[in-house]
Design a protein around this ligand. Structure first.
Ligand code: ADP
Ligand code: MG
Length: 474
């Protein structure tokens, strides 16, 4: 199902005019990023990369993705409370993957001490591609679920107006009026506000834990501003600040510079390069505190690729969500084939299968942030080398999803305007809040469509490969 503007795609003059309008509209609407040269100052900014045209998304799959989001929220929350499952699932991974091992150590340490935190806030984004398969209609297949620092909920709300204007410029006003409004940052802020309220200290602040390099600050500001609009104070700090100025009182309330912190919202802390020894110490301090961490360390672990692979084993979802047969069915319908590479006969078989047919699989390490996966010939070479070594257990194997490409223009600063064959990835934001054992909020908060040229196997917007997009339902 193609979008109804194929006719204009090759009309060079119309496209150039539309692109000029699009870039200015993006700047006006706030589809912004700081530049690579000046990542920590807003004196010079540019537009965040985006598609010239919205991309066609099958409406049935779009609805399916929304319909399963509350189930995924519930599942992630259940995993985060299941010590036995996390221990068992990550046992092989933490033997070979130092980063996951280090997170796991903090997890065990805070459990041993006893949790001071009693309100829990989850913000995640479940990402999908539309598998075109051999025959029949395309199917919704989950790529992964991000349980920490899921980004672009702010900027994505602003692409709708840009794409609407582009369609009008191209003589498609009716199509423009069909674009759906979308504002994940509002939903995320509602979750943060709820957690802040349940924490119960009106003078306490929300702390955004941010990276040293802050190119994507405007995306975060969208969430921040929603909180300020609700008269909730927001501070932005780095691990370094927490190490230097963070402290706990006897009730393990968290203070920064003497200011009590109710909620810690991580936009940092998901890759090894975010940590040095001081940052690990800061992370431990935060995790030990009573403050609501979004996510807490258990929920971060629930988002690992090893957990995702384990969920696909027959019977696992049923054990994690007893009495929720319908939710289990909806969740399972989105799973692609996932395979463990743990030592043993099953792992041997999976490795052999991928080596024999590398173009049908993706080899994934326990990493986030894009650009880490292996495909095709590289996958085959790496797997050949480690197939008999425990090192292979630091990866999981996944069926490769093959979406049908569509033509579009990817607009990037300082890049020529050229048409590309593109594929898209749809993300749905989920938000939930739990107090003790009671789930008091469980919502789908909006969506994100990212599109990239087919020649790039991997990589997100922040990695410079994918660009922001708006779904056009067909
Ligand atoms: P990360 O945590 O690095 O974002 P992902 O699992 O999302 O890891 O993979 C990164 C990118 O690789 C995805 O955005 C997608 O473009 C591509 N990718 C991942 N898994 C698959 C798959 N099974 N089939 C096709 N492409 C995939
Ligand atoms: Mg991803």
């Amino acid at each position: 199902m193609a979008a109804p503007w194929e006719d204009v795609l090759r009309d060079g003059a119309a496209i150039r005019e539309a692109a000029a309008v699009a870039v200015d509209a993006a700047l006006l609407q706030g589809v912004l990023m700081r530049t690579e040269g000046q990542p920590n100052a807003s004196d010079v900014v540019n537009f965040a990369p985006f598609t010239l045209l919205p991309s066609a998304v099958p409406s049935a799959l779009f609805e399916q993705a929304y319909a399963v989001q509350q189930d995924f929220n519930m599942l992630v929350d259940a995993i985060s409370q299941n010590k036995e499952f996390l221990e068992h699932t990550l046992a092989s991974t933490i033997k070979v993957d130092d980063f996951t091992a280090r997170l796991f150590r903090i997890y065990t340490q805070v459990l041993e001490e006893g949790l001071a935190q009693s309100v829990f806030l989850g913000i995640n984004r479940s990402d999908y591609m539309f598998d075109s398969g051999v025959e029949g209609p395309p199917a919704l297949k989950q790529i992964e679920i991000n349980t920490i620092a899921a980004s672009f909920g702010g900027l994505t709300s602003r692409t709708v107006a840009v794409h609407g204007q582009v369609l009008k410029v191209l003589g498609k006003p009716q199509e423009a009026s069909r674009l759906l409004p979308n504002n994940p940052s509002k939903g995320l802020a509602l979750g943060i506000a709820k957690a802040w309220e349940l924490y119960g200290s009106p003078s306490a602040v929300v702390m955004f834990l941010v990276e040293e390099v802050q190119r994507n600050i405007f995306d975060q500001r969208c969430v921040e501003n929603e909180l300020w609009n609700r008269d909730i104070r927001v501070i932005r700090k780095r691990f370094r600040d927490v190490f230097e100025k963070g402290s706990l009182d006897e009730a393990r309330r968290l203070y920064m510079d003497g200011q009590e912190v109710a909620v810690v919202y991580y936009r940092e802390g998901y890759v090894p390069s975010n940590y040095n020894e001081q940052n690990w110490e800061a992370r431990l301090l935060l995790e030990r505190s009573r403050a609501v961490k979004c996510p807490d360390i258990a929920t971060q672990l629930a988002g690992t690729k090893k957990v995702q692979q384990e969920l696909s084993r027959p019977g696992t979802l049923e054990r994690l969500l007893p009495g929720h047969a319908e939710a289990v069915r909806r969740i399972r319908a989105t799973f692609a084939g996932l395979y463990s590479l743990d030592m043993g006969a099953d792992g041997d078989k999976a490795a052999a299968m991928a080596i024999a047919d590398p173009d049908c699989f993706v080899l994934k390490p326990q990493r986030e942030g894009g650009g880490n996966n292996l495909y095709g010939e590289e996958l085959r070479q790496v797997l050949e080398k480690i197939r008999d070594s425990p090192q292979r257990t630091s990866y999981i194997l996944m069926d490769k999803i093959k979406p049908r490409p569509a033509m579009n223009y990817l607009l990037r600063a300082h890049s020529p305007l050229q048409v590309s064959e593109c594929i898209s990835e749809l993300g749905i934001f989920g938000v939930y809040v739990r107090r003790g054992s009671e789930l008091v909020l469980n919502e789908a908060a909006g969506h994100l469509l990212r599109t990239k040229a087919v020649e790039h196997a991997d990589g997100g917007v922040a990695a410079g490969v994918a660009v922001l997009d708006t779904p056009y339902l067909v």
